[in-house]
Write a protein that binds this ligand. Sequence first.
Ligand SMILES: [Zn+2]
Length: 265
Amino acid sequence: MYKKYHMIDCHTHFVYDNIKQDAEIDKLIDESFNKNVDYFFYASDRFEIFQNIMNKAEKFTCVKPVLGIYPDFAKKDDSYINKAIEFIEQNSEKISAIGEIGLDYHYEKTPTIVNRQKEVFIKFIQLAIKLNKPIVVHSRDAHQDTYDIIKQYCTSMKVYIHCYSSSVEFAKEFCKLPLDIYFGIGGVLTFNNSKVLKNVVSEIDIKHLVTETDSPYLAPTPYRSHMNKSFYINEVIKEIARIKQTPLEETYEQLYNNALNLFDI
Ligand SMILES: [Zn+2]
C-alpha cells in the first residue's frame, strides 16, 4: 500500500559487479529503503548471478527477483540458455518477472547475432507466458524488431519496456496492442537533451509509466556521472510531475500504484 512520498525501483542491478560487490548491495538496499524506496526489482543480465539475486531476495523481503538473459548473453550456447530456463522454472514462485530479455543491435548487427537474439527473446517470452509472469524488455537500436516480436508473441500479458528510449510514435503503437504495457522512466528524463523522452512522458497516459534506475547506470541530474541509487528516483518523479503538470504527491502515488499493478504485489 502506498505511503506518502514512497517509491518503487522497478529495474535495478545495484552495482557494476554483482558478485564481487555483494556486500555493497546490502548497504545500498538499506540506504534507499530508509529513504522511502519500498521495493527493488533486481534484474539479472546473465545466469551466473541468478543465485545471488535469489539470496538477496531471501535476505530482504523488499528485493524482488527478475530473472532472464540479456541480449548480449544470447550468443551463449543452448545448454546455457536451457540452464537459465530450468532455474527460472524451479524458482518460479519466488520470481516477480522474466527479464531483462530483448534485443540489442548497438554493438553487433550481423544476421547470426540478430537471429540468435530473436530466438532467445522468443524463448523467454514463451517461458513467461507458461509461468504467467510479466516480461522486462531491453531494446536498444532494435525498436522495430522488438515491437514486431511483442506484437506477434505477447497477448494480454504484462510487458514492461525498461529504460524506454524510442519515440512517442512507437510508444503509442505499443499502447494500441492488446497488452498491459508499461514504459520504464529513469534518470535520462532529467537530462537537458532528453527531448524525445520528455515528449513520451508528456504524451503517454501516466498509467503506462513506471520509475526505475537501471543502477548503477544513468543517475539523474544533479547526481549525473555518479553511481545511480534507487532513492534518486525522487528526481525523476519531480520531472514527471513537472512535465505532466500533476501535483507531486499525486504523481508519487500514481507511479507507485502502477508498479504494484505491473508486478502484482
Ligand atoms: Zn538493466
